[in-house]
Design a protein around this ligand. Sequence first.
Ligand SMILES: *[C@@H]1O[C@H](CO)[C@@H](O)[C@H](O)[C@H]1NC(C)=O
Ligand SMILES: *[C@@H]1O[C@H](CO)[C@@H](O)[C@H](O)[C@H]1NC(C)=O
Length: 199
Amino acid sequence: MATTTTPPPPRQRGRFGLAKCAALTLLSLIVLAGLAVLIAWLVIHPRRLVFTVDDAYIDHYNLTKDHLDATFDLSLRAYNPNRRVSVYYDDIQVTVEYDHQGLASTTAEPFFQGHRNETELHVMPQAWDVALHSPASKILRTERSSGAVQLEVRLHAKVRFKVGIWKSRHRLLRVYCAPVLGLFTRARSFGTKDCDVDL
Ligand SMILES: *[C@@H]1O[C@H](CO)[C@@H](O)[C@H](O)[C@H]1NC(C)=O
Ligand SMILES: *[C@@H]1O[C@H](CO)[C@@H](O)[C@H](O)[C@H]1NC(C)=O
């Protein structure tokens, strides 16, 4: 069958061909980059960091006229379940809250955590003359007389990940543990509280 359409002028066709070629190249580059990311992800297989609170004790407790003094003796455990990813923890801050009110805060020593490593963090934030709102101090008194206080523990840290020789930028790690039972005697233990980990 004979066609009656005339072919486009050569310059136009050339330009079209070039654009098509560029588009195809770009497309294959995008597909290749996507594949590379997928393969890297499958090989590295990143897994969420795990945090627990193992013990929380309250010392030097003194609640007078809705003002609180206390020392919190906290044992936290950080576990890195990854086989290829290690973690730098920089700027670690641990805060104790009661009824969503901050009571005490402290920093922890920065550390490097290798593959499959478990590290214990021991911190002792101190509340010093903290003014509680009066409903909170009422519940706190009741809980105190029952022998355990329901605390909330937060850990914020700037973390960097390391895979081989590659290091990521800083990201904010947010860990929230609640309720954590603060005890007044070391003769008891409340077991382990798993934390929510947000990155
Ligand atoms: C508790 O705190 C109040 C007010 O700060 C103080 O007067 C009192 O001596 C403290 N009690 C103890 C046992 O430290
Ligand atoms: C985790 O790493 C720390 C610091 O490098 C080390 O002291 C500790 O023994 C390691 N723990 C385990 C269970 O490998």
